[in-house]
Design a binder for this molecule. Structure first.
Ligand code: NDP
Length: 330
């Protein structure tokens, strides 16, 4: 166990002005938990971008080590389920928000929050997937539970060139869906086609005020942006279709009506990846090992060093990151 380790720390002064610094920390400074993990990889999700820039109040405890997920090796454990040397993944549970997170050489967390790394995914790949990819899988599984299949019709993905969107496009393509990608970045059209999008719609087309009901265009949707775009997506969902909503990149509001729900039987399914019981997490990770093409995952992933986390967080908060980012920690 190293005596000190590097950590990216977000703090704020008496005037609530936020600062971000990399500094050395000791194990004593970490919060309570029964398992200590040497972090190998983390990632930069949109929420990490919000935490580091302070754009939205993600951080609830000061000082905070952001990083809502990590993959690493157990170095000590009081939890009988884990022993030193085990490879583990953590995502969610308020880590990086209320509990010190993954942008550090060591993390101390509750064993109950950890799951074992699937043997056939590397540590770097787990974080290429990360909370974003895991959330994409939760969305796809929710649509499946609702009866959306390649036979029922196309699936639309909003914020498609982002992290959740990219993984959702790749998974849905592998499952045989006709995937429609919505993006605001024309420069990413070729990227989205390579990932598996059969059609691409410009973000502007869905950014106006939504009609109560619009032309039926898809059987299912993975929405990562919210606001008017989600309202349009719902209004364009075919009878008895379903929309999995997980994000707010365009806003927290949802200016819609009850018409799609009561006249078309459309279902809006909320996805929250943070608090999901272990069995469901393991099921989602097992599906990711099976249903996400590794070459596509590699094509959507950029790897950065510890020193680049802050600048990447600033970019993702502005919607300027393509696909997924792996941060090498240890
Ligand atoms: P990214 O920043 O990687 O992707 C978001 C994408 O949304 C962007 O790439 C962009 O896609 C699009 N976008 C950005 N700004 C706007 C805007 N103003 N209007 C419309 N579209 C916009 O983030 P992630 O993929 O990591 O996360 C996506 C969303 O999902 C976030 O809101 C995040 O908080 C949420 N999330 C929720 C989780 C949950 O548990 N519910 C878990 C993980 C993420 P493009 O350029 O293609 O248009």
């Amino acid at each position: 166990m190293p005596e000190t380790f590097k950590a990216l720390v977000v703090d704020r002064d008496a005037d609530k002005k936020q600062s971000v610094a990399i500094r050395d920390m000791t194990l004593d400074e970490l919060m309570e938990g029964d398992v200590v993990v040497r972090v190998r990889h983390s990632t930069v999700n949109y929420k990490d971008g919000l935490a580091i820039t302070g754009k939205l109040p993600v951080v609830r405890r000061w000082p905070m080590i952001p990083g809502i997920d990590f993959c690493g090796e157990v170095v000590s454990s009081d939890d009988p389920d884990f022993k030193p040397g085990d490879d583990v993944i953590l995502n969610g549970w308020g880590v990086g928000e209320t509990h010190l997170g993954g942008y550090a050489g060591l993390a101390r967390v509750k064993g109950a929050w950890l799951i074992r790394k699937p043997a056939d995914i590397t540590s770097a790949e787990t974080m290429a997937i990360g909370t974003a990819g895991y959330t994409a899988m939760l969305c796809v599984m929710a649509l499946e539970r609702h009866g959306v299949t390649p036979e029922t019709g196309p699936v639309v993905v909003t914020g498609a060139a982002g992290g959740v969107g990219s993984v959702a496009v790749a998974i849905l393509k592998k499952l045989g869906f006709h995937v429609i990608a919505v993006t605001g970045r024309e420069a990413e059209h070729a990227y989205l086609t390579d990932l598996g999008a059969a059609e691409i719609i410009g973000r502007d087309e869905l950014s106006g005020d939504a009609k109560m009901l619009d032309k039926e265009r898809w059987a299912g949707a993975v929405d990562t942006v919210g606001s008017k775009i989600l309202a349009n997506v719902i209004a364009m969902t075919q009878s008895n279709g379903a929309v999995a909503a997980c994000g707010n990149a365009a806003g927290m509001d949802l200016p819609t009506s009850v018409a799609p729900f009561i006249l078309r039987g459309v279902s809006l399914i909320g996805i929250n990846s943070v608090f999901v019981k272990r069995a469901d997490r393991e099921a989602a990770w097992a599906r990711l090992a099976l249903d996400l093409d590794r070459d596509k995952l590699a094509a959507m992933t950029t790897t950065i060093g510890f020193d680049q986390i802050k600048e990447t967080a600033e970019k993702i908060a502005e919607g300027q990151v393509r696909g997924r980012v792996v941060a090498e920690i240890g």
